[in-house]
Write a protein that binds this ligand. Structure first.
Ligand code: ADP
Ligand code: ASP
Ligand code: MG
Length: 405
């Protein structure tokens, strides 16, 4: 089989662990598989490099930030190749550029445009394990770009598509996808198979176990993705794949928490056409990503508008909406909120799913600040310090715990 394997930050977190990865790769190879291996930087490395960049200025130039942070993955890819070769396994390490990964020019959040996969294939044909530094590529001017946080997942899935791999394995520090983050709810249950759509919702609603763009691409290219642990590499993980009929029987498959959102409320603006267009037009013009939006029915010609934006864009939103201090009776900016969500494709065909969530939170006295729903998810904003309790309450309310031993 031709497999793309990706090892995350914890899995390559020190030299001993890189050796462990080399052993895993060697054993797959001995089974006869052809391998391309994508690596992340050592755990904590990307954060450390970003901190360095911000030592000098709060707004470091993005081009240099990308050049800087891409180095973390260069280190681990070269070390893994050295480790493998020292064990007698032919290998070669490539940067994103050397692997032919072409991206847009949006530094720090570039998109992959194409992968010139001939080089990777050539090295594979020579019998080598091809190791690729994740998270990076080059733009049309040859400048180094990066793919957004967690972007090595995207590198792996995109390469799997480009070389026609049979599957993509994501090795991490948990042995699969759980019904919620097992760090928050120890009774979370491991999921055997999950659809791309459910995983995509969970990932974009905060389950950082996979980068959401990588799941989106996996779906588009129909690449089977297996999430497994680098500490128990031969244990079956979770398969992310196409939806099948029997998946609909499960109403709710998981609960996610997103701590990166903040809330903006504008009270007492004129209830007339054009106000929303103005507010959201300005935010869009400044590339601020608005997520949940709730508008209250107007009274006395005035209306209230509440929405969420990413936490790190809240200050910019404050500046952009400066003159609403006069146009509105009050405007508030609240970073101390989280969004908790329940996800499941079975919601399409079952009723009363939302009521269970509201009751679960009400029973614990957790106030719901905002609600939005779609076909396969319900999202609720609650106070930051109630977030984890809300996750546990929802997890229990939908009976997601593992069967007691
Ligand atoms: P890596 O460095 O390997 O990319 P990440 O830290 O990005 O690893 O993702 C793994 C982590 O994701 C786990 O340690 C776990 O705490 C977290 N996580 C969040 N939601 C889930 C979930 N539903 N199932 C499994 N892990 C989850
Ligand atoms: N090292 C990068 C990050 O921490 C990319 C990755 O790990 O996927 O975001
Ligand atoms: Mg990750």
């Amino acid at each position: 089989m031709l497999i793309v394997q990706k090892f995350g930050g914890t899995s390559v977190g020190n030299l001993e662990r890189i050796k462990n990865v080399a052993n895993i790769v060697k054993s797959y190879r001995e089974k006869g598989d052809d391998l391309v291996v994508v690596v992340s930087a050592m755990a904590g490395e990307t954060n450390k490099l970003l901190e360095y960049a911000h030592y000098f200025t709060p707004v470091p130039p993005q081009r240099e930030v990308d050049l800087l942070v891409s180095s973390g993955e260069r280190i681990t890819s070269a070390l893994l190749s050295i480790a493998l070769q020292s064990m007698g396994v032919p290998a070669i390490a490539l940067t994103g550029r050397q692997a032919g990964i072409k991206t847009t020019s949006d530094f720090t959040k570039a998109r992959i445009k194409e992968i010139e996969s001939e080089k990777i294939k050539k090295h594979l044909n020579e019998g080598k394990v091809v190791i690729i530094a994740g998270f990076q590529g080059i733009n049309e001017n040859g400048e180094v770009t990066t793919l957004g946080r967690g972007g090595s997942d995207l590198t792996a899935v995109a390469i799997a598509g480009a070389i026609g791999a049979d599957k993509c394995q994501i090795f991490t520090d948990v042995d699969g996808i759980y019904t919620t983050d097992p760090r928050i709810e120890p009774n979370a249950r491991k999921i055997e198979v999950i659809s791309y759509d459910e995983m995509l919702e969970l990932a974009s609603l905060g389950a950082k176990v996979m980068q959401s763009r990588s799941v989106e691409l996996g779906k588009k290219l129909n690449i089977p993705i297996e999430v497994k642990s680098s500490f128990e590499p031969f244990k079956t993980g979770t398969l992310i794949t196409k939806e099948s009929k029997d998946m609909e029987r499960i109403v709710v498959s998981g609960v996610a928490i997103d701590r990166d959102q903040a809330r903006v409320s504008i009270f007492g603006v004129d209830d007339k056409p054009g106000i929303s267009a103005d507010i959201f037009g300005r935010l869009a013009a400044n590339n601020i990503n608005v997520d949940m939006i709730v508008q209250n029915v107007g009274h006395d010609g005035k209306a209230n508008l509440t929405f969420t934006v990413p936490k790190n864009e809240l200050e910019l939103a404050r500046v952009v909406l400066e003159d609403y201090n006069e146009k509105a009776s009050e405007i508030s900016f609240d970073p101390k909120i989280v969004k908790v969500s329940v996800v499941g494709i079975g919601m399409r065909s079952h009723s009363g799913v939302a009521a269970i969530a509201f009751k679960a939170l009400a029973d614990r006295g957790i106030n719901i600040l905002m609600i939005t729903t779609s076909e396969i998810k319900i999202s609720m904003v609650v106070d930051e310090d109630k977030g984890e309790e809300a996750v546990r309450a929802l997890h229990q309310a939908y009976g997601l715990e593992k069967a007691s031993a």
